[in-house]
Write a protein that binds this ligand. Structure first.
Ligand code: CDT
Length: 334
């Protein structure tokens, strides 16, 4: 077996008036608790350090910049304490943040931080940006202005190997196929990406064994979804939002024979915006191994034997044998 103990660090309400110190304390507590329970990798949500600011139309440039992280996220004073703690505890973390690059580009990003070496192993920039660039006409509508504040990610979905997570390796021969070499193969996506089969398949084709996905998902935003508010009550809407989230996480984990971990930023933000919880760890058969039971800060932890990706990868979803790419052209051309 190649067992890794994975954790989702779900984060509840984060208000726009919360200080960075408050939020950092919460994140460090989650990390310390996860380490105490033996977690080796902890996933934090999308845009984990602040409230989900893309719901607001912000016109002041300086205010926009105040929501972004500037410089190297692992060493910038505003975010460094989390990475220092991970390094100290020897626990890898994946965390989402609003990135401002040295070229002054803006992305919705996450990094995988390798605790032992104190370095970023991989970075991902969200590709599927939901919502709009301009606010919806209805003044009551909840907006999702990600297309206004971020560029679409330019790094693709690059699976990467994480060294030294699993102790008993089945094989260390570098000529063996990737999933038999031992070091776990991870991939990252962010929130809306999980609804698109393409994100998963690009990672699946690289033999991914663990997909990490942080998210901020509205519990109730009928105008944003294009659904009449009159036809969808608040409770029903939240149930449907949670159902769609679980549906795509479970189905795509199964069809790519991969574990997946998803971590919510949830609760009621800024006194009025509900976000769904539903943090989970899912196995390659699409089954939920562990899930959150609150809409507050909470850890979801499970032991994942990566060997369980083998049956799916070698039989039902052996891509090399069963895919018919001669018929897939339209997917990439329109
Ligand atoms: N953060 C993010 O990507 N949220 C989106 C909202 C979509 S509204 C149709 C999500 O896919 O959960």
């Amino acid at each position: 077996p190649r067992v890794v103990r994975l954790a989702a660090a779900q984060m509840g309400t984060t208000n726009k008036w919360d200080t960075r110190e408050q939020t950092m304390q919460r994140m460090i507590k989650l990390l310390v608790d996860a380490a105490g329970q033996g977690a080796q990798v902890v996933l934090f949500p999308e845009i984990a350090f602040t409230t989900f600011f893309p719901r607001y139309l912000i016109l002041d440039e300086q205010e926009i910049e105040s929501w972004f992280e500037h410089g190297d996220v692992t060493t910038a004073p505003n975010t460094k304490p989390l990475f220092d703690e991970a390094h100290k505890l020897g626990v890898d973390i994946c965390v989402g943040f609003a990135e401002n690059t040295p070229e002054n580009d803006h992305y919705n990003s996450c990094v995988y931080y390798h605790a032992k070496t104190g370095s970023v192993l991989a970075k991902y920039r969200k590709i599927h940006l939901p919502g709009d660039a301009e606010p919806l006409p209805d003044p009551k509508a909840i907006n999702q202005l990600e297309k206004r504040y971020f560029k679409p990610g330019n790094l693709g979905w690059q699976a990467f190997r994480v060294p030294e997570l699993t102790s008993s390796l089945s094989s260390s021969s570098s000529s063996a196929p990737p999933d038999e070499r031992g070091d776990p193969i991870f991939g990252m996506m962010i929130c809306n990406d999980r609804r698109w089969a393409e994100s998963w398949r690009v990672l699946g084709l690289q033999g991914v064994e663990v997909v990490l996905c942080g998210y901020n998902t509205n519990g109730y935003a009928p105008e944003l979804w294009g659904v009449s508010a009159a036809t969808l009550g608040r409770k029903e809407a939240e149930e449907l939002s949670l159902f769609h989230h679980q549906l795509v996480m479970q189905a795509n984990s199964y069809t790519n024979a991969t574990f997946s971990v998803c971590a919510a930023r949830c609760g009621l933000d800024d006194g009025q915006f509900p976000l769904i919880a539903g943090s989970m760890i899912i196995d390659p058969e699409g089954r939920i191994l562990a899930q959150s039971s609150t809409t507050a800060d909470e850890l979801v932890i499970a032991d994942c034997d990566l060997e369980l990706c083998r049956p799916g990868k070698q039989r039902t979803f052996d891509f090399a044998r069963h895919r018919r790419i001669e018929h897939y052209q339209p997917i990439a051309t329109q």
